[in-house]
Design a protein around this ligand. Structure first.
Ligand SMILES: NC(=O)c1ccc[n+]([C@@H]2O[C@H](COP(=O)([O-])OP(=O)(O)OC[C@H]3O[C@@H](n4cnc5c(N)ncnc54)[C@H](OP(=O)(O)O)[C@@H]3O)[C@@H](O)[C@H]2O)c1
Length: 263
């Protein structure tokens, strides 16, 4: 007899929700979603299920934090089967989710949009460690690698570094690409050459120390590299990146403390 696939409901079906649909997840789980139109659909064929018994094993919270604060209680109807609630929302604490959805089975995770290709590094935190069982671990492994956090604030850190991080990194790489193409307007450097340059630097360096030595090995005194590196240092690029992460981290904490906006 075929075993029943675990049933999942995605509450919210925006950027992150769609990015969680890795081939593993689609193959091994039965997934419904609900968006702001308030009807339920199958992820696979976008049809409305004939029978709705709300028999979910897992509920993913994939709405924006302000929406949850405003109408979180509306989702109580989906918790009849006492599902494990997996929140991907930035900032909203386990306590607040537990209270709103009247459940002790709450896990916070912080994946990123690379989950679709199973390349997310997903941070996980739960007060109740029993929830982090092998079924849950298998589920989260569909998104890529998993890191178990020791305290809830680590999820705020992960929100900045791993959740928003891919956007910061893409922005920095793209700045380099735009600048390289600008100074090469006659020879026209191609995007792929620049992407390979980034990939190759990463292929040769595995940690911060190696990267530092790598810079030194290229930057000979009074040479071209040193001219560029000196400028980067004079503009305090370290501080700029540090402030970028700090702003995202503070924003994650702030979201948790913000009052409900009026309906
Ligand atoms: N984007 C990321 O990379 C990322 C990474 C880590 C964590 N997160 C977290 O993931 C959450 C979602 O982010 P997102 O970027 O995916 O946002 P998004 O693209 O704006 O998607 C939000 C979704 O929520 C739905 N929604 C709004 N009101 C609803 C309601 N009353 N009932 C049911 N669904 C409703 C929207 O429906 P419609 O489509 O009908 O408007 C939309 O599908 C946020 O809490 C964020 O902190 C995001």
């Amino acid at each position: 007899m075929a075993t029943r696939k675990p049933q999942i409901l995605f509450i919210g079906y925006g950027h992150l929700a769609k990015s969680l649909l890795s081939s593993n997840l689609l193959k091994n789980y039965h997934i419904h979603y609900i968006n702001s139109k308030n009807s339920i659909f199958y992820v696979k064929d976008k049809k409305t299920p004939k029978k709705l018994d709300y028999n979910y094993d897992y509920i993913f919270l994939l709405i924006r934090p302000d929406v949850f604060k405003k109408i979180g209680k509306d989702f109580l109807i989906f918790t009849e089967n006492n599902p494990t609630i997996i929140s991907c929302m930035a900032g909203i604490s386990i306590n607040s989710i537990s209270q709103t959805l009247n459940s002790k089975k709450v896990i916070r995770i912080m994946p990123n949009v690379m989950a679709k290709k199973s390349l997310s590094q997903t941070y996980v935190y739960s007060k109740n460690k029993k929830l982090l069982n092998s079924n849950f671990k298998n589920l989260i492994k569909s998104f890529g690698s998993v890191i178990f956090a020791n305290n809830e604030d680590d999820i705020n850190v992960a929100t900045a570094v791993f959740g928003s991080g891919p956007a910061f990194i893409a922005h920095i790489i793209n700045s380099y690409m735009i600048a390289a193409k600008k100074i090469s307007h006659k020879s026209k450097i191609k995007d792929i050459e620049l992407i390979e340059l980034f990939q190759n630097v990463l292929a040769l360096n595995n940690n911060s120390r190696e990267l530092e030595k790598f810079v030194m090995s290229i930057a000979s005194k009074k040479g071209t590299t040193q001219a560029g590196v000196n400028y980067l240092k004079s503009q305090n690029i370290n501080k700029m990146i540090s402030t970028t992460l700090d702003r995202a981290y503070k924003r994650a904490k702030e979201i948790g403390n913000e009052k409900k906006s009026p309906k």
